[in-house]
Every structure is written in structure tokens, then in C-alpha cells.
Design a protein. Structure first.
Length: 231
């Protein structure tokens, strides 16, 4: 659990048609590349991780194999909820065996199946939960506060572009220096007419510039108010 709390922040939002996940990517030093935190599992499903990347890759490989086996046997995509339950069972075994340790990673799964869009969170303890909107990782409370205030109402009428914008704004709220840029964040979207697609780099520039401009305008307004009160 502590590994997840210290990991990089990840957020997830969904309505009946689309599910969106977003992450902040970390870099060990200024000379190294950023670590990937979002992985595609199948055309209808992907995950974001927070915690130990090595453990996340193990579970990612397991989920991909399960989806491939299911598609080979049944010639159809695997149900998102069924796969999440299997991951939870696998994680729970590590909590009750003396020669094993729990996986030190939290998984946020975003997928779409015959029951609509889904966002699930798998805890290292073996528990799993389905959410309408959720955030995990370091300083995730700021993101949860944003989601509760801005996304709790009107979510079903939002387009996938609006959901992506809210995911990026919630990520921006977790950064102490406000340094959200095209290199340190990534977003993925999946839906009824949208296969799992990862958005990074220049694909996010328009949203990020809009968010930074909104933050600058808000700072100017907050700076003007104290001056008006003094007068």
C-alpha cells in the first residue's frame, strides 16, 4: 500500500460511453527519459500503474496473456470485470503465502465491453473497486478533490475530449510547481467507437496550453482581489 502512495499519480474518469486514464510520468534525473505508466492490454482495455514498475509489468504481461487466451478460445474480447477479478485473485495469493510478497503496485484499469465503460482500481491487498472517477498515487488527494467538485455532475453528457481535459486538469492540481508539459504526462481513452488509444507529446499540447492559460488567468484574478480590498 505504501508503494502506491509513494508512486506517481494516476487518475481515471468514465461515463457510459468512454473511459479515460491519465498519469504523471517521472524521470530519475534530467538526463534520463520518463518512465511509462500506461500500458495497452487489448484493443478494449488498458491500465495505468502507480508503485513498483517491475511488478506492474508482471501483472501487465499476465493480463495480456489472459486476453489473448480468451480471444483464442471464445473468439471475443474478455470482459473487463472478469479480468479485474482474476488479477485481484492473483494479487491476494501474495498476502497469504510466507514465501511470497504482495505486489507493490496499484492498477487502474480502463476498458469498454458489452456493459459499457469501466474504471477499476486493483489494490495490492487483493481488493478491487469500480469507480466513476478516481485518483491514486502521490498527492492524489488534490486530484480526488478536483474530480469530486468538477466531474461528479454532468459527467454522462461529456464528450471524450472533455473527459481528457478534466483528467489533465486533475493531474495539474497535483503538481506543486504546476509544471505540466507534453513530456511528463500521458492520457489514454477507450470507448464504444474508440479502441484503446494512448495520447502523448504533441497530441496533448492543445489541452495543456489551455490549462496553463486558465491557471495564469486565475492567478491574476487572485492578485487583483487583495488590491481591490485594500482600496
Amino acid at each position: 500500500m505504501e508503494a502506491v502512495k509513494q508512486g506517481s499519480v494516476a487518475v481515471g474518469i468514465k461515463n457510459s460511453k468512454y473511459a479515460v486514464i491519465g498519469t504523471i510520468k517521472r524521470s530519475p534525473s534530467e538526463l534520463s527519459s520518463y518512465q511509462r505508466k500506461i500500458f495497452k492490454i487489448d484493443d478494449h482495455l488498458g491500465i495505468a500503474i502507480s508503485g513498483l514498475t517491475a511488478d506492474g509489468r508482471i501483472l501487465c504481461r499476465y493480463m495480456r496473456n489472459e486476453c489473448l487466451n480468451h480471444r483464442y478460445v471464445f473468439d471475443s474480447a474478455m470482459s473487463v470485470g472478469r479480468l479485474v477479478r482474476q488479477v485481484a485473485d492473483k494479487a491476494q495469493v501474495g498476502t497469504q503465502r510466507s514465501w511470497k510478497r504482495p505486489y507493490g503496485v496499484g492498477l487502474m484499469s480502463a476498458g469498454y465491453d458489452e456493459n459499457g465503460a469501466h474504471v477499476y482500481y486493483n489494490c495490492p491487498s487483493g481488493n478491487y473497486y469500480e469507480y466513476k472517477a478516481f485518483a491514486m498515487g502521490s498527492r492524489s488527494q488534490a486530484a480526488r478533490t478536483y474530480l469530486e467538485r468538477r466531474v461528479s455532475e454532468g459527467r454522462e453528457e461529456m464528450s471524450k475530449e472533455e473527459l481528457i481535459g478534466h483528467a489533465l486538469r486533475s493531474l495539474h492540481s497535483t503538481l506543486q510547481d504546476g509544471d505540466l508539459n507534453v513530456r511528463n504526462c500521458s492520457v489514454a481513452v477507450v470507448g464504444e467507437d474508440q479502441p484503446f488509444t494512448l495520447l502523448e507529446g504533441e497530441a496533448l499540447r492543445g489541452w495543456i496550453e489551455e490549462i496553463l492559460q486558465e491557471a495564469d488567468d486565475q492567478e491574476e484574478e487572485e492578485g487583483v482581489r487583495p488590491m481591490e480590498e485594500e482600496q
